[in-house]
Design a protein around this ligand. Structure first.
Ligand SMILES: Nc1ncnc2c1ncn2[C@@H]1O[C@H](COP(=O)(O)OP(=O)(O)OP(=O)(O)O)[C@@H](O)[C@H]1O
Length: 518
């Protein structure tokens, strides 16, 4: 397979060598204002993204997971500059692109493309496939060798569609085929970074695996870098090199894929992982190990103080309520923001009294989980103590890493005796206070979206780009991002890029032998 069209004209950035940082995000925030009254005074803000720091390396796939409303799509639209950030910086290929205007962004549009969630609404029903996939060339004024039609037909065959269907309309295709059309459109200008927002969640399980495989093959062949946003961990597991877990606008854990799956360190990650179906019926205990989280995700309008997860965490103590844990690399290749991480030495061992909310949350967590959690923490603490006693290296990260040996939770659990301080404190904990109040403080996220001045429902990428923020360059952004022919010109008329829909990602991808080789 040959590569997609080489865009003539300059791109914004030089090629990053594989493994080099392609995208760097620092302190990224997006607060959607909530306005009320005749004068549309701002009365608050939806803190959709509230301080993200991460990097994406050239050639890798970064998976981003988290519950609905945690800010994944907003993050995706920020890094593709479909939305204007409230604060923070975005560097692409070493250049600061945070506040680039329309002109400055134009070359970037070739380098960064987006695949949207819903293939049923992200393609303009009035345009033929040829027009849709050829739109990026027209928008960027690029004429591929051999002409646009020939190149579009080549792209269609690259993504496994019949080039003869050039003149057909989106409604003549199935969901999986439509998503392939969206992928062809995203690849047209030979981008460096592709941000895929729930690329398979609107598809049937059997088709999901095909599309995941396609993305994987294209990455191998074209050297693409992906940020893949997904709802749960089962799809990203097979395509990601590293995974960021988001909760209420923040990254709570960012780790190499295998480390995250083998020994998650944030309780929220552990809970998410426990919800992934286990395809082995012989594991009788699997059901009891499932962690049910208490209540709904709190509102991003007034997120809980300290650690945002403390209102639903079975390990939360007073420090979790008062002090926000920083995202630290506790083990090589594994960053976590938690005072009482799983599979690792407790970061606040002096703070043993559980909050009331934590005791309630613990009731929903199987005893086996609590015991395992206590055992692994105790085992790691013991190993760390032994390690630092045995060597003169006092560096905590290293010794800790050695203690847990970067391997399985089970290993460290097995290695240690059940010191169970966590279990003890869980049992003994007196009422720290009622952490639930902050959770109750906000109403639902949808409320927020309703009252937000932008008026768009968070589900509409092009619209929110156009209406939500960034004034003049929004239209261009939306257009170039979704690149369906007249998005730009329409800038607010009938948008062709349309994500958003919840999904249950499937385990279908589990069966994907190719991707799982990754
Ligand atoms: N344009 C907007 N105006 C106001 N609020 C918004 C807007 N877009 C998103 N939000 C709010 O920001 C929060 C994060 O939304 P976002 O769509 O990024 O979450 P998500 O994690 O992608 O969820 P999902 O998986 O359901 O798409 C939500 O509370 C949402 O209501």
């Amino acid at each position: 397979m040959s590569s997609p069209a080489q865009s003539d004209g300059a791109t914004l950035t030089a090629d990053a060598a594989p493994g080099e940082t392609l995208l760097k995000v620092t302190g990224l925030q997006k607060h959607f204002p909530i306005r009320k009254g005749l004068l549309k005074r701002q009365v608050g803000a939806v803190r959709a993204v509230d301080g993200l720091d991460f990097e994406v390396r050239s050639g890798e796939t970064l998976g981003v997971v988290g519950e609905s409303g945690c800010g994944k799509s907003t993050m995706g639209r920020l890094i593709t500059r479909l939305l204007e950030p409230t604060a923070g910086t975005i560097e692409f290929g070493g250049k600061d692109i945070t506040h680039l205007g329309v002109g400055g962004m134009r070359p970037l549009r070739r380098d960064v493309q987006m695949i949207f969630q819903d293939p049923y609404s992200s393609l303009n029903p009035r345009h033929t496939i040829g027009t849709i996939v050829g739109a990026p060339f027209r928008l960027q004024g690029v004429t591929p060798e051999g002409g646009i039609k020939k190149e579009v037909q080549r792209l269609l065959s690259v993504v496994g569609l019949n080039p003869e269907h050039y003149n057909r309309y989106p409604h003549e295709f199935s969901g999986g085929q439509r998503q392939r059309i969206g992928i062809a459109r995203a690849l047209a200008l030979n981008p460096k970074l592709v941000v895929a927002d729930e690329p398979v969640s609107a598809l049937d399980v059997s088709i999901q695996a095909q599309v995941v495989n396609l993305l994987d093959d294209l990455q191998q062949e074209l050297g693409l870098t992906y940020v893949i946003i997904a709802h749960d961990l089962s799809v990203v597991r097979h395509v990601s090199d590293r995974i960021a877990v988001m909760y209420l606008g923040k990254i709570v854990e960012l780790a190499d894929r295998d480390k995250l799956y083998r020994s998650p360190m944030h309780p929220y990650t552990k809970a998410l992982l426990s919800a992934v179906p286990i395809p082995d019926p012989s594991r009788k205990s699997a059901k009891s190990e499932r962690i049910l989280l208490k209540g709904d995700v709190p509102s991003p309008i007034s997120p809980p103080s300290g650690c945002r997860f403390h209102t639903r965490c079975w390990k939360a103590t007073e420090i979790c309520k008062t002090t926000e844990p920083p995202l630290l690399e506790l083990r090589p290749g594994q960053q976590v923001a938690c005072h009482h991480p799983e599979n690792f030495e407790d970061q606040a061992p002096q703070d043993t009294v559980l909050l009331t909310a934590a005791k309630e949350a613990a009731e929903l967590v199987a005893d086996e989980v609590l015991a395992e959690s206590a055992e692994t923490s105790a085992a790691v603490a013991k190993a760390v103590a032994a390690e630092s006693a045995g060597s003169d290296s006092g560096e905590p990260a290293d010794s800790a890493a050695a203690g847990s040996s970067g391997s399985d939770a089970a290993d460290s659990a097995a290695a240690g005796s059940s010191g169970s301080d966590a279990a003890d404190s869980a049992a003994a904990g007196s009422s720290g206070s009622d952490a639930a109040d902050s959770a109750a403080a906000g109403s639902s996220g949808s409320d927020a979206a309703d009252s937000a001045a932008a008026g768009s429902s968070g589900s509409d990428a092009a619209d929110s780009a156009a209406a939500g923020s960034s004034g003049s360059d929004a239209a261009d952004s939306a257009a170039a991002g979704s690149s369906d022919s007249d998005t730009a010109d329409s800038s607010g008329s009938d948008s062709d890029s349309e994500p958003s829909e919840e999904t249950v990602t499937s385990d279908g991808a589990d069966e994907n032998p190719k991707a799982s080789d990754k």
